[in-house]
Structures are given as C-alpha cells and as structure tokens.
Design a protein around this ligand. Structure first.
Ligand code: PLP
Length: 351
C-alpha cells in the first residue's frame, strides 16, 4: 500500500493544471510582469469575495500583516495582543514594526483567543488585537470588539471567511486554501486610508514613479501569481465544501473515541487543518505512519519556546498543552473518500 500523503499539492493542482498553464501563458505573452492588469483584476475579485471594499496584493502573508501594522502607525512602545498558539509569523509581524507581541492564551476548546483571556492584557500601550482564524475556524471578532481596539485579523488560514475585522492579512502560500504556485499575500479592508497606505508602502512608498513619499518596501504580488490565483479562485468554494465534507465525516467517524479530542464544529470554519488532540502524540503519528498515513503537526513548538522569543520561565500552559498533543489529519480537497476511510480505519486500529 502506498502512503496517504498529508498534503499533495501536485494532486491538488492537477485538475486545474491546464487553466493554470493558460494563465501563465497569458502573462508571458502580454509581457507585463509586475503590478499590472492581472493584479488589479485579482484584487477586485478577492475584495468582492471577502465582501470588503479594498484588496491590496502583496508578496506574502507576513508582509500583509506587517504592512497593516505599519499603515496603522503601530511601532516602538506599542503592544499588540496575539495568540500564544499561532504560527510564529503572527508574532514576527508585530516585532517587525518594533512593537511588542503580548500573548493571550486560547480557549482550549476553540483554540482561538477570546475576551476572557485578552481582557487582563489590555492597557494604555495596547494598540490593536491580532486574532488568527486558526486552522480555518473563525476567530470571535465580535466578542473582541468590547475592548474598542482596532482588530487586525491574521486570515492566512481563513480563505472563505468574511470576518476581516478592521483589516485582514491573507497568505497565498501554496498549501493555503487558496494557494499560488509560489509566495503571495493580500491585505483586505474596508478602510480607505489603510488600503491607500498599504498600496503606497508595498511599492517603495512611491505614488509616482521614482518619487518616494514614504519609506516603503518592495512587497508586490506578481502578475503570474495573480493570474494563477484568479483561475483558482473559481474553485475555492468547491474546495472549501470538500474540506467541510471531509471534516464532518471525521467528526462523525471519530466521535466517542475516548483518547481523541476532536475540534469543535460550532462556528464558521473553512477547515484549513483538521486538528485533533491525543496523548503521546509522537507515538500516535509514528503508528499512523506505519499504517501508511502521513499526518501534520501545527505547531510542535509555540512561539514563546522558540529561540526568537524565548524568555526563561515564561510559560503559556494552554499553548504548550496544544503543542504537545495536536495532530493534523489530511483534509486537502485532493483527498478522496476511500483514502479518508483508510485513515479513519488506521486511527481506530492504533488508538
Ligand atoms: C501561512 C501563515 C502566515 C504567513 O504567510 P506567508 O505567506 O508564508 O508569509 C501567517 N500566519 C498564519 C496563521 C499562517 O498560517
């Protein structure tokens, strides 16, 4: 039997390979490769898809987050509240503008931050809250509004959710629900000033060519990636519906197994990852791999225990508990139902 892959990008893109090649050929033939019609077209369609007024294409999800914070004039001396359990990029964006990432613990059930954990951290220096639609599950934006702080959303795992707060950052890294064939990102917002500032800063701070108004950076979405994303956008709803169907099937099939904690299914979710929690996670993953099932782990070490942020004695017990027990099961839209049955059978055999 061959290994069931955790994430098979070749298989995921195969049904759209012809359309992708046509899109690339169109850009090759047109001969305009940076900030032209493909990017504007995709920006228009992506903002409409997110039910927002503006979209600005940038080079990555990390840049999208960083440019939002810069546009909001957040910097040294400021604090931004981030989850203790997230991909490290959420923290890195805050550090990139010279501000301090202040970690809020997630609710163990939802794995998202919430008002109860954010509340004790809010003070005069707090300039924004940066929740994450972690694993594709919508973060509780409305609940976090009670602090009357700007809410900037790390939506890098939330393609298909329309909760964008005051601005949202998307990544189009190839494994995301909407993935390019390389790096890409976008800022989505209803705020005209935010959109204008990000647009200015992604292109050296120039409004007119060779005239630099502010000290911007080079962070542009390529024409080639924009053209690919445009064709793939037509399939996003279908892909997400596959993810939802696979998630429902896991939830049903794995319910009642005492050693497995399943994800909650009570709010909007585009199931970027299907993350269960088990004791002896590493053994569990090895056992599944011996049954030809590859799994993922998001994430094995929380940011505060990594070299970049390590402070002796600083503990976030809930983030650590999640990091020690989390396992991501295959849930890409390329996964077929027979393979999912094999995964479910393998899990039942190893628990
Ligand atoms: C992927 C991801 C990012 C970073 O996106 P890049 O495009 O790789 O820079 C940030 N935050 C979260 C939660 C992500 O999943």
């Amino acid at each position: 039997m061959s290994m069931i892959r955790f994430c098979d990008l070749r298989a995921r893109n195969a049904p759209r390979a012809d359309a992708i090649k046509d899109a690339v050929a169109r850009v090759v033939d047109r001969g305009l490769y940076v900030l032209d019609a493909e990017v504007s077209h995709f920006e228009k369609d992506w903002s409409a898809y997110c039910l927002a007024s503006h979209c600005v294409g940038v080079a990555s999800g990390l840049d999208a987050l960083t440019l939002i914070l810069r546009a909001a004039k957040i910097g040294p001396g400021d604090e931004v509240i981030v989850p203790s359990n997230t991909y490290v990029a959420t923290w890195l964006a805050v550090s990139a503008v010279g501000a301090l990432p202040v970690a809020a613990e997630p609710d163990l059930k939802t794995m998202n931050i919430c008002a109860a954990t954010v509340s004790p951290l809010v003070n005069r220096r707090t300039k924004a809250i940066l929740p994450v639609h972690l694993y594709g599950r919508e973060a509780p934006i409305d609940e976090l509004r009670q602090f009357h702080l700007p809410i900037y959303v790390d939506a890098c795992q939330g393609h298909g959710l329309t909760a964008v707060g005051d601005a949202a950052a998307f990544s189009f890294y190839p494994t995301k629900n909407l993935g390019a064939l390389g790096d890409g990102g976008a800022v989505v917002t209803d705020n005209d000033v935010m959109a204008d500032q990000v647009r200015l800063m992604r292109n050296y701070g120039q409004r007119a060519r060779y005239i630099c108004d502010v000290r911007g950076i080079n962070s542009r979405l390529d024409e080639v990636q924009a053209a690919i994303l445009e064709t793939k956008l037509h399939h996003l709803d279908w892909d997400n519906s596959q993810r939802v169907a696979l998630a429902k099937r896991y939830l049903h099939a794995l319910a009642g197994i005492p050693s497995i904690i399943l994800p909650e299914d009570d709010v909007a979710n585009v199931w970027h990852q299907f993350v269960i929690r088990v004791k002896n996670r590493d053994d569990f993953r090895v056992d599944l791999s011996n049954h030809d099932v590859e799994t993922g782990c998001h994430y094995p070490v929380p940011p505060h225990l990594q070299g970049a942020y390590y402070i002796k004695g600083l503990r976030y017990p809930i983030a650590e508990e999640i990091a020690e027990t989390c396992v991501s099961l295959p849930i890409g839209p390329e996964l077929d139902w027979d393979d999912q049955t094999k995964i479910i059978d393998a899990i039942k055999a190893v628990v």
